[in-house]
Write a protein that binds this ligand. Structure first.
Ligand code: SF4
Length: 375
């Protein structure tokens, strides 16, 4: 079980909150795609396992042309062993998803779409500087079903300044009318190197207070659970059987290879981070060199990553695994703190698996931080 991630670093315009790596100058698009195909060849021995998930992320992978997708797929299938039932996801923005484009993606072999809807409210979409409006969001959701996609995820953002509970509830209810198989929903975070970060520094933007943001998170959990969605990770909800296989394997520690500028890779021993610069990436690949930095994982890093990722999931943190595989006895190290969390109904421990309760999910980051080792 291994994953392949391809980072497509182009967007039509910069959303005010986004600090992912992307460029709005798309002139080097085809050259970059060629470079990614070359990187796939150079890295063909990185993963020893069969590829069970392929994920086109970004940036905006729905900007790829059919020829570019075919080039990447052909290279993958020639040089890698891919499971016949592999989950193949492509992140897409609503304004790209015309009927023709959807048909093209379906025919190319994409079997799961992750659509950046974010909101159905025009004023909020404008505030976020999204390239689409509510009409194209609704239209694309109708189109995906007509085209035959049966595994669709949508992204929604809450805790946006000015997002009232009324609009948030309407957003969730509207999303549910399309019965997406999967919903990812994140609170807006203000990142430093973004327009919002700049506004916030100058006092022009104030993040939503903790309490109303927590209420919107509770509304998200309650409404989706009432409608048959399982919260299998703090920010991810799905209908029965529709976990994102790609993300679930990350959280379970599977190995993955990241291709493209800013992509990360993990082989159980170290993490690699490709350079966040398109021109530099193209130049290095031209010289048959992968422009990356490597970080060897210390025993403390491995323990912390395990706690941080597993605690957020429905599968929980396996205390036996921590002791036997990572040499960390959490009960011995943090027994008093865990008892306190249990008394406060924030966690449960059953059959040596530590899990957050609904109440605990509201303070997940704080709990994980308290359980981690200093590095
Ligand atoms: S489209 Fe996605 S990747 Fe591009 S700027 Fe907006 S949020 Fe970031």
């Amino acid at each position: 079980m291994a994953g392949l991630y391809l980072h497509v670093p182009f967007c039509k315009q910069a959303c005010h909150y986004c600090d992912f790596h992307f460029s709005t100058d798309r002139s080097s698009g085809s050259e970059l795609c060629q470079a990614m195909a070359h990187e796939l060849i150079i890295q063909k021995d990185y993963l020893k396992e069969t590829i069970t998930t392929i994920y086109f992320g970004g940036g905006t992978p729905s900007l790829l042309t059919r020829q570019e997708i075919d080039l990447l797929f052909n290279t993958i299938h020639f040089h890698y062993s891919v499971a016949p039932d592999a989950e193949i996801t492509l992140e897409a923005n609503p304004d790209d998803l015309t009927k023709e484009k959807l048909k093209e993606l379906h025919e190319a072999g994409i079997n799961r779409l992750s659509i950046g809807i974010q909101s159905f409210d025009d004023a909020l979409l404008k505030f976020l500087n999204r390239a689409h409006d509510s009409h194209s969001a609704l239209q694309c959701l109708e189109n995906v079903r007509e085209t035959g996609f049966t595994n669709v995820s949508i992204d929604l953002i809450y805790a946006i300044p000015n997002l009232s509970e009324k609009i948030w509830e309407e957003t969730l209810r509207k999303a549910l009318t399309f019965s997406p198989e999967h919903i990812s929903s994140y609170a807006l975070t203000i990142e430093e190197r973004t327009v919002f970060g700049n506004w916030s520094k100058r006092g022009k933007l104030h993040p939503m207070e903790e309490e109303p943001a927590a209420r919107q998170f509770e509304m998200l959990m309650d409404i989706l659970s009432d409608n048959g969605y399982e919260q299998y990770e703090i920010s991810n909800f799905c209908k029965p059987g529709f976990y994102s296989k790609h993300n679930s394997s990350y959280w379970k520690g599977a190995h993955y290879l990241g291709i493209g500028p800013s992509a990360h890779s993990y082989n159980g021993i170290s993490r690699q981070f490709n350079v966040r610069n398109n021109a530099q990436y193209i130049r290095s690949i031209g010289k048959k060199e992968i422009p990356f930095e490597r970080e060897l994982l210390s025993p403390e890093n491995k323990i912390n990553e395990y706690i941080l990722t597993t605690l957020r999931t429905v599968w929980g943190c396996d205390l036996n695994f921590l002791t036997t595989q990572l040499n960390d006895d959490l009960i011995l190290r943090k027994g008093d703190y865990l008892s306190l969390l249990k008394q406060q109904n924030l966690v449960v421990i059953s059959e040596n698996i530590l899990k957050l309760t609904q109440k605990g999910k509201l303070v997940a980051d704080k709990i994980a931080e308290d359980l981690m080792l200093p590095v």
